[in-house]
Each structure stands twice: as structure tokens, then as C-alpha cells.
Design a protein around this ligand. Structure first.
Ligand code: S3P
Length: 429
């Protein structure tokens, strides 16, 4: 356990930061670079624990991946070059590795066994194994292949026309990766758009992929060709400092080179609707993704209702938005976010328990929460639930609390934001 005592600082956050690379894009760059023919260079890669599990999985299957600081060089030789891993593949805490790899492995001509940490072993995998089995995939595991560990005997798959019952980019991506190795045309329809990094990157690698409204079609007609990928800063990591600056009077912060893909910018839309002063500068498109600098200057905020189609665009930012809601006047309602219950932990319970301990007025509902602001947070002893986003939210809460916040364990932060405390120091001193 890595307990930490966080003293209140009550100082504005001032300065400029470049947050680490996007987690979703980093995973996908390793996967597509490994499947492609040729050398893929990935720069500003996120060396968090989750993405390193993806790197290790491909190394165990014979792909050469060299890492020098934040640059990866992947020597892809196409799917035929994959070898059967001798040991089970360990995915740690990473839901994205697990779900996307299940899609990818089910279409490769190898046998594998995959497993994760206790949190990942409780998270539902049937959302991917059900559609993948319809494509002919062979899985075995607990409760008919609903949970890790799972074994996979890969084979050539058949295509499907699938309407997704859950709003999940991981499910969509798993089917797209399986569709790369399926005969015929694989079609996926989403009820609500979710992050589209897999589609953007598959296009950059030359896949035969079409998008028509909420329907995506992919075939196995094109093999992937290597291309270089620059990974933008992760807006889900930037969100912690953006939110902190939004609630600490006098703050003025610029977050440089952050990914601004529209499927991810719900946090900016919500903060603007609450009254935040945010400017976007230096927008450009690199490797199919929009990036830019986010500049925020503190201004007082009001409460809001967060619901409907915006939820997938900010699903990972709900822990930090809940904290913001405790610091603004009025009642904030968050609904349609039941997916939070199956993240790294049940985030509705974790957020509610943590903020209640610190003195907030917050109630959990089945699919969200109701937060009555504004409350001066006190301090206290809280748990991170081994969840990186809950731990970082608690650290930001300590910046506005009256007394010390004692957080049981900060080691989970390494999942997505190694260097989080160093970056916080840079802007809070
Ligand atoms: C991710 C998709 C989201 C998100 C997760 C990363 C991805 O999960 O919460 O952190 O990289 O595709 P769901 O697809 O389960 O919504």
C-alpha cells in the first residue's frame, strides 16, 4: 500500500503542462503497428501500466517492439508472423487491452490464454465474446466465456451485421479488429457514437473501412501498411488539471497538445456550459486526430444536468466532474451513466462514498448521482478503490479541502498517468 497524506494547498494553479499520451490511442497504435507490414514509429506513447501490458502481449507473440523513452519502434510482419505465446498473456487492470485483444486474437491462427488482475477478472467480457462467437470465435472460460481468464483458439472468422446493445468503444473496436480477419463484410451499428480512434487509425493504416452515420463496415480486403503515429495528450488525464483550475480561484492553466477528438471532448462542453472560461488554440490534425492547446482561466461555475448522448463523450471524466459539482452552486444531476458500475471499480459507489467522507452532499442513483453544491470539503481518510481515476480525483479534492486528505493507495495512478504528482507540483508551486 502506498498511503499518502495530502495537505490542503489553497493556491491557484498557474502555468503550462503537456500531459502524457492518450491511453486509448497508445493501445491501438501498438495493436495496429503489430498487425501491419513494415516499421511503425509511435511517438509520445503513454508508458502507463495498461499500455505496457499491451506491448508485452505482442512481444510474447513474437513482435519486435523497441521502446526508447516515449518512442516505440514496431517491426510489423503481418498476422502470419505471430507465434503462439508460451505463457498466458497478463493484461493487469486494462479493460481496453482485454476487450480489444479478444477481438484481435480470435481471428489470428494461434492459441492463447489471457488473464488479468482481480478487478479485471470481475469485469464483463460477454459484451465482446457474444458478438465474437457469432463470428465463429472459439472462447472458453468461466460462465460460458463471460469473464477472464479466457482461452482463445483463433481461426478465420465469418462476418456479422451487429447492432451494439452497449455504448462501448471497446466492444466496437473488438469487432472491428476481428472484422480485419473475417470473410465478407462486417457491419457494426452504434446507438450513440463512442470514441472513434480505432476507425481513424485503421484508416491511417490503409484498412478497407467505411463509416455511414452510426454504421461502420470493415472487410479483410486490405492488409495493413505501417505508418507513423503521434499520440496526442490524453484529454482524460488533462481533465484532472482542467477541473482543478475550474474550481480554484485565480487559476490560469494551458494544457498543450491535447487530443480534441469530438468523441472525447464532452468535459470541455460541460465545463463551458457550467460557465468556465476555456479557449482552444493551435488546433491541427495529426495521424487522423485533432490536437490543440486548452487554456483555462478560473471563473465561477453553476450546476448542470449531464445526461444522454454526451455520456460516452465524457464517461471517464465523471469522477472529476462529480468533484467539480461539489464546488459549484446548485444541484448537478448525472444520469444515463450506468456503465460506471462496470469500470475499474463501481465508480458510482466509489465517487459517492469518497466525496461523502470528505463532507460533500451527494446521492448515488442507479445510473448516476445527484450532487448538491456548494460544500466546503473537510478532509478525512479515503480509499482509492485501486482505481486510477478515483485516486486522481481524491488528490484534486485535497487541493480544495480544509483539512488533510489521507488516501490509502496511490499506486493505481501509474495505470494512466505516471508523473501525475510531478506535473501537479509544476503548476501548484
Ligand atoms: C476505452 C473505452 C471506454 C473507456 C476506457 C477506454 C477505449 O470504455 O471508459 O477507459 O480505449 O476504447 P467502454 O468502451 O467500456 O465504454
Amino acid at each position: 500500500m502506498n498511503e499518502i497524506q495530502l495537505k490542503p494547498i489553497h493556491r491557484p494553479l498557474i502555468g503550462e503542462l503537456e500531459v502524457p499520451g492518450d491511453k486509448s490511442i497508445s493501445h491501438r497504435a501498438v495493436m495496429l503497428g503489430s498487425l501491419a507490414n513494415g516499421t511503425t514509429k509511435v511517438t509520445h506513447f503513454l508508458e502507463g501500466e495498461d499500455c505496457m501490458h499491451t506491448v508485452e502481449a505482442f512481444r510474447s507473440m513474437g513482435v519486435s517492439i523497441d521502446k526508447e523513452e516515449l518512442t516505440l519502434t514496431i517491426e510489423g510482419k503481418g498476422m502470419e508472423a505471430f507465434v503462439e505465446p508460451r505463457e498466458p498473456l497478463y493484461f493487469g487492470n486494462s479493460g481496453t487491452t482485454a476487450r480489444l485483444m479478444l477481438g484481435l486474437l480470435s481471428g489470428l491462427p494461434i492459441f492463447s490464454i489471457v488473464y488479468g488482475d482481480p478487478s479485471l477478472s470481475k469485469r464483463p467480457m460477454d459484451r465482446v465474446t457474444i458478438p465474437l462467437k457469432k463470428m465463429g470465435a472459439n472462447f472458453d472460460g468461466r460462465e460460458m466465456g463471460s469473464y477472464l481468464p479466457l482461452s482463445i483458439r483463433g481461426k478465420t472468422l465469418n462476418s456479422i451485421d451487429y447492432t451494439m446493445p452497449v455504448k462501448s468503444a471497446q466492444v466496437k473496436s473488438a469487432i472491428l479488429l476481428a472484422g480485419l480477419h473475417a470473410e465478407g463484410e462486417t457491419k457494426i451499428t452504434e446507438m450513440t457514437p463512442t470514441r472513434n480512434h480505432t476507425e481513424n487509425m485503421l484508416r491511417a493504416f490503409g484498412a478497407d473501412l467505411k463509416t455511414d452515420g452510426n454504421t461502420i463496415t470493415i472487410t479483410n480486403k486490405q492488409t495493413l501498411s505501417a505508418t507513423d503515429i503521434y499520440v496526442p495528450g490524453d484529454i482524460s488525464s488533462a481533465a484532472f488539471f482542467l477541473a482543478a483550475a475550474a474550481i480554484i480561484p485565480g487559476s490560469e492553466l494551458t494544457l498543450k497538445n491535447v487530443g480534441l477528438n469530438e468523441t472525447r471532448t464532452g468535459i470541455i462542453d460541460v465545463l463551458l456550459a457550467m460557465g468556465a472560461d476555456i479557449q482552444i488554440n493551435n488546433e491541427q490534425t495529426i495521424s487522423g486526430e485533432i490536437i490543440g492547446d486548452i487554456q483555462i482561466t478560473y471563473s465561477p461555475l453553476q450546476s448542470i444536468t449531464i445526461e444522454g448522448d454526451i455520456i460516452p463523450r465524457l464517461i471517464d471524466e465523471i469522477p472529476i466532474l462529480a468533484l467539480v459539482a461539489t464546488q459549484v452552486e446548485g444541484t448537478t444531476i448525472i444520469r444515463d451513466a450506468k456503465e460506471l458500475r462496470v469500470k475499474e471499480t463501481d465508480r458510482i459507489t466509489a465517487i459517492t462514498e469518497l466525496l461523502t467522507t470528505l463532507g460533500a452532499e451527494i446521492e448515488a442513483t442507479e445510473d448516476g448521482m445527484i450532487i448538491h453544491g456548494r460544500t466546503q470539503l473537510a478532509g478525512g481518510k479515503v480509499a482509492s478503490y485501486d482505481d486510477h481515476r478515483i485516486a486522481m480525483m481524491a488528490v484534486v479534492a485535497s487541493l480544495v479541502a480544509n483539512d488533510e486528505v489521507i488516501l490509502d493507495d496511490v499506486s493505481s495512478i501509474a495505470v494512466s498517468y505516471p508523473g501525475f504528482f510531478e506535473d501537479l507540483n509544476k503548476i501548484s508551486n
